[in-house]
Design a protein around this ligand. Structure first.
Ligand code: LHQ
Length: 264
C-alpha cells in the first residue's frame, strides 16, 4: 500500500498533520486537499484534540497548488473552473482552519509558496525554521493570492507590505517574515519539531474555553466576512484565470523559463 499524502500523529492533545509529498515540495493536489479536509473535520469532532499543527515532510512546507496536477485537470474534457476548484478545496480548508475553535499552528519547516503560504496565513500562529522561505508566488503565474491570502496577508502585515509581497512574489527569509509580523517565532531548523511541540503544548494545557472564545472574538472583530470574502476571491481568481497569463505562467514554470506576459 502506498504511503498517505497526509500523515497524522498525536501526542498530549496535539494533532500534527504532515503534508507528505516531499518530492514535490508538498505541492497540494486533490488527494492531499481531501485528506486535509477530512482530518480537520475529525479534529473538530474530537474533544481530546486541543491543538492542531500543520507541517510538511522533507525540505518544504508546501509549494502551493500542484501545477502539474492543475494542468492535467485543465486538459480534461470539461474546462476546469478555477473558482469551483477553490470552492471545493482550499476555501473549505481555510474556512475549517478559521472556524475550528482550537489553536491551529503552522510549523514552517521550509518553503511555503502560493496557497501553501495562504493556508499557513489562515492558521492562528506560525513558527518557522530559521532557514524557511516564504513567497506568495501567485503573481508569477498571473493569479491573485487565494485560499484567503488576499485577506490574511494585508490583515497581518498591512496594505503596503501586502502589495509589495503579492506583486513581487519576492522570497522572504524567516527573520524578515518575523520582523514584518507575518510569522510569530523563528527557531533553529534542527530544533523546529521540538520547539513546535513545546509551543503547541502551552496551548494544549491552557483553558480551551478561553482559547476558543478568543478565536471567535478575533474572527468576528477583525475578519468577520472571511467566508464571504473567499467567495469573492474565487470569482476574482476565475477572472484572472480566464486570460492567457495563467497558462503562460504555468508553462514557463514547467519549462523552467521566464514567462512572457503581453500588455493587458
Ligand atoms: C512543483 C511545484 C508545484 C508542482 C515545486 N507544483 N511541482 C489556485 C488556483 C488555480 C491554479 C493554480 O493555483 C492556485 C493556487 C496556487 O497555489 S498558485 C501558486 C502555485 N505555486 C507556485 O507557483 C510555486 C511554484 N514553485 C516554485 O516557484 C519553486 O518550486 C519554489 C520557489 C516553491 C521552490 O523552489 P526550489 O527550492 O528551487 O525547488 P524546485 O523549483 O527545484 O522544486 C523542486 C521540485 O518540486 C521540482 O520538481 P523536479 O522534478 O524538477 O525536481 C519542481 O518542479 C517541483 N515543484 N513546486 N507548485
Amino acid at each position: 500500500m502506498s504511503e498517505s499524502v497526509l500523515e497524522a500523529s498525536e501526542s498530549g492533545g496535539i494533532l500534527t498533520l504532515t503534508f507528505n509529498r516531499p518530492e514535490k515540495l508538498n505541492a497540494l493536489n486533490d488527494a492531499l486537499t481531501v485528506e486535509l479536509i477530512d482530518a480537520l473535520r475529525g479534529a473538530e469532532q474530537r474533544s481530546d484534540v486541543r491543538v492542531v499543527v500543520l507541517r510538511g515532510a522533507g525540505r518544504g512546507f508546501s509549494a502551493g497548488q500542484d501545477l502539474e496536477a492543475f494542468v492535467s485537470l485543465s486538459a480534461g474534457p470539461e474546462r476546469l473552473s478555477v473558482a469551483e476548484h477553490l470552492r471545493r478545496g482550499y476555501n473549505v480548508v481555510a474556512t475549517q482552519i478559521r472556524t475550528l475553535e482550537k489553536p491551529v499552528i503552522a510549523s514552517l519547516n521550509g518553503i511555503a509558496a502560493g496557497v501553501g503560504l495562504s493556508l499557513a496565513l489562515a492558521c492562528d500562529l506560525r513558527i518557522a525554521a530559521d532557514d524557511a522561505v516564504l513567497t506568495l508566488g501567485f503573481s508569477k503565474i498571473g493569479l491573485i493570492p487565494d485560499g484567503g491570502g488576499s485577506l490574511m496577508l494585508p490583515a497581518l502585515v498591512g496594505l503596503g507590505r501586502a502589495f509589495e509581497l503579492a506583486w513581487t512574489s519576492d522570497k522572504l527569509g524567516a527573520e524578515e517574515a518575523l520582523r514584518i509580523g507575518l510569522i510569530n517565532k523563528v527557531v533553529p531548523a534542527a530544533t523546529l519539531a521540538d520547539e513546535t511541540q513545546a509551543y503547541a503544548a502551552r496551548f494544549a494545557a491552557a483553558s480551551p474555553v478561553a482559547l476558543a472564545l478568543t478565536k471567535r472574538a478575533f474572527n468576528r472583530a477583525v475578519i468577520p466576512h472571511f467566508a464571504e470574502w473567499l467567495e469573492e476571491e474565487a470569482v476574482l481568481q476565475e477572472e484572472a484565470a480566464a486570460g492567457p497569463d495563467l497558462l503562460e505562467g504555468v508553462r514557463a514554470f514547467m519549462e523552467k523559463r521566464r514567462p512572457a506576459y503581453a500588455a493587458r
